[in-house]
Design a protein around this ligand. Sequence first.
Ligand code: HEC
Length: 373
Amino acid sequence: MSPFTVANSIGLSLASAVRQTFVRERPETAARVRFRALRALLLAAIGAAILSTGESAPGAHSRSTQVTWAGDVEPIIIARCVRCHQARGFAPMSLASYHDAKAWASAIRTEVLSARMPPWPAAPGFGDFSNDAHLSATEIELVARWAEGGAPLGTPAVKTTADAPARGESMHIALAPVIAAAVERRVALPLVSDRNRWLSAWTFEPGDRSLVEEATLSVNGVAVGSWTAFDDRIVYPRQVADRISRGAAVGLAIRYRKTSSPVVDRSAITLYFDRKPSRELRHLVAGCGRQAFDRDVELLAVKPVAAAAGDTIEVVAFDSDDAVTPISVVSRYLPEYPVTYRLRTPLHLTRGSRVEIRSSSSGCSAQIDYVDR
Ligand code: HEC
C-alpha cells in the first residue's frame, strides 16, 4: 500500500470521527436535535445522581450542597475561565467574582456539562496537549453540583499564590499605547543584544483583553510563537530555548478584533532568558501537503491555520515505517482561537518521517516547533 493510500484512508476515518464528535456545533439539524436529547438525558442522569445522594433537586436559591464557591469552585473558574471571563475580557461577561459567577450559575452548569466551555477547537481523542483547556470530570462535577445546590459562597480560604518560578533573567517591555482600531499592528521590540541570548519563556500581557486575539513573537522575521487568550506564560521544556542572535531583530505582531469605536491598547511583553540550552528550538512553517524530515527530530508543538472558519484541519505524522500518529485534529477551525497545540510528550520522528497537513479547503498551513535529536 502506498503512503498516499494510507493517508487517504486515515483521512476519511478521522474526518468521520470528528463529524460524530462535533454534531453539537452544527446548525439546527437532526443531529443537533439528537444531541439535545442526549444532553437532556445526561443532565437528567446527573440530576438523579444528586437526588440519590440525598440532596434536593435544583431549587431557586436553596442551599443544598457542600460544594462552595470559596472552597471548591473559585479555583476552577479562576484557572480555567477568568482569562476570558473578566471585566473587559475576551468573553462578553465576567465570572471573576462570586457575585458575577452566581448570576450565571445555571448557564455555567449547562456550558460545562455540554463541554462547550471552555472553548477548545481540537477534537477529543487525538493528541495529548499540556495546554488542553478541557475541565476534568471532577471539575465538571464540582461546578455542576455547586450550581445545582444554590451556588453557595462558603467560607473564603486564605489565598496562597503559587506562580511557577521563571528561570533566568527577565526583561519587561511596555509597548507604546496604540489606538487598537487597526486589525494588525507590528512593533519592533527595543532589544539590542551584543551577544547570543536564549529565550526560555515569555508572557504577553494584553492591555485590552477584549480586543487582542493573538500576539506573535518573531526573531529576524521568523515567527517563534504565538500568544492567544488560552495562554498564560509560554514556557519551553527544560533545556530547550530559542536563540536570539547578536543584533537580531525581535518583533511582535498583535492582531486585534475589529472594533467600531477606537480603544487605546497598552500591551506589554516579558521575555525570560536562560543559559545556553542543550537543544535549540526550531520552527518550520509548512503549507497543505507533506513535509519530510531529513534527520531525527522531536516535535514539541503545532499551530494549524485553516483558510476559513469552520474548515477541518488535521496534522498527522507518518514515521519511516508509515505508522500514523494524529498530532492535532480540528474539526471546526475558529480563526478567533488560533491555538498552538503543545504536546505533553514530545513526538519522536526518525529521519524520513513525514508530517502531513490537510484541510477541507486549500490554503492551510501549520507552524511546527521541534528540536533535533
Ligand atoms: C478562550 C476564552 C474562553 C474561556 C477560557 C472560557 N470562555 Fe466562556 N465564553 C467565551 C466567549 C467568547 C463566549 C461568548 C460566545 C460564545 O458563547 O461562544 C463565552 C460564553 C460563555 C457563557 C454564556 C453562554 C450563553 O448562555 O450564552 C458561559 C456560561 C460561559 N462562557 C462559561 C464559561 C466557563 C464556566 C468557563 C470555564 C470553565 C469558560 N466559559 C471559559 C470565551 C471563553
